[in-house]
Design a binder for this molecule. Structure first.
Ligand code: HEC
Ligand code: HEC
Length: 266
């Protein structure tokens, strides 16, 4: 009986705590994060909700709050930012993905109108709800050919082998020319929008260094001279063979054949 009472009391306490977390807890003590709290009220509150707890339009969550961002939950207005950390805040703000213009759009690179100080303040505010820090990739420790193999395996299906971007159902994977090494490392750990998120067990930090180094390389590939053909590999190169080299060889055969035919009569 006593055990049941204790469990019930704990459940009530848990509910009260959850209720409290939902009420706006005011600006954080840290001055930078406190400035971020005010900017958040101006630019982000409408979508991400009070206390960055997320806003959902599904009637099932009557309170209007929901769990973290999952691909299936993208009917929400703005996901909870709890636990996304400085990692996601830095990426989404410095790419100009956020503040999103309108609900329902895929976040795209936009001109960043926030100042560096404002971004730092917003990052500090979002980070006050916990989560991973901003990564520091070290591409100089990576290896281009390993990076290329990993990129072919994990990324090229969406971004194309030379990182020019592509098309998948429901989204446009962007070209990677504008992504800085830090943003590549961030994107891999976050998995923005429909991009999958890669944990350290599927791509280690060292492998990520190689991927970053390879992405840097795709921005200015070695040009051995000749025709780049879009750098998309053997298929266009094969087409060139078929359409130029094969007719040229046929012509040569015809010419030679005619010469030999003429010879006995000559
Ligand atoms: C299922 C398709 C898919 C795969 C696989 C994928 N991505 Fe993405 N990636 C996307 C989409 C879609 C976006 C745009 C996200 C958005 O709009 O919020 C994106 C965005 C990015 C960005 C930000 C680019 C910018 O400038 O806006 C980087 C960097 C990136 N991906 C790198 C990678 C790397 C590295 C891998 C492999 C480890 C990878 N992606 C795998 C679909 C994918
Ligand atoms: C018009 C609505 C809207 C506004 C305004 C907006 N967001 Fe978002 N935000 C979204 C949506 C929708 C997503 C989910 C996008 C995705 O999956 O990539 C998102 C995603 C994010 C994420 C990534 C969360 C994760 O799980 O990785 C961060 C961080 C973020 N927003 C921060 C901000 C900040 C900071 C502001 C204010 C400067 C802001 N947003 C303004 C709608 C909005």
């Amino acid at each position: 009986m006593r055990a049941v009472l204790i469990v019930a009391a704990l459940a009530v306490a848990g509910l009260l705590a959850a209720g409290q977390a939902r009420a706006d807890s005011g600006p954080p003590k840290d001055p930078l994060a406190a400035y971020g709290y005010h900017l958040y009220g101006q630019y982000c509150l409408g979508c991400h909700g009070g206390n960055a707890a997320g806003r959902y339009k599904e009637p099932s969550s009557a309170t209007g709050f929901g769990p973290g961002r999952e691909q299936q939950q993208q009917g929400g207005i703005g996901p909870s930012l709890h636990g996304v950390g400085a990692l996601a805040a830095d990426f989404y703000l410095r790419t100009g993905y956020m503040p999103l213009r309108r609900i329902g759009l895929q976040p795209r690179r936009e001109r960043v109108f926030l100042t560096n100080h404002e971004i730092e303040a917003l990052v500090a505010y979002v980070a006050s709800f916990g989560g991973p820090p901003i990564p520091t990739p070290r591409p100089e420790l990576g290896n281009i050919s390993q990076g290329q193999a990993l990129f072919a395996e994990h990324c090229a299906g969406c971004h194309q082998i030379m990182g020019q971007g592509g098309y998948v159902t429901g989204a446009l994977p962007p070209a990677l020319v504008l992504a800085t090494p830090r943003q590549v490392a961030e994107a891999v750990r976050i998995g923005p929008y429909v991009m999958p998120k890669f944990s350290r067990s599927s791509i280690s930090d060292r492998q990520l260094d190689s991927i970053v180094r390879y992405v840097e390389y795709t921005k200015r590939p070695d040009r051995p001279g000749g025709w780049g053909l879009g750098y998309i590999g053997p298929v266009p190169e094969g087409l060139v063979t078929w359409f130029l080299a094969v007719p040229a060889l046929l012509m040569l055969c015809l010419l030679l054949g005619r010469r030999f035919k003429r010879e006995p009569g000559a």
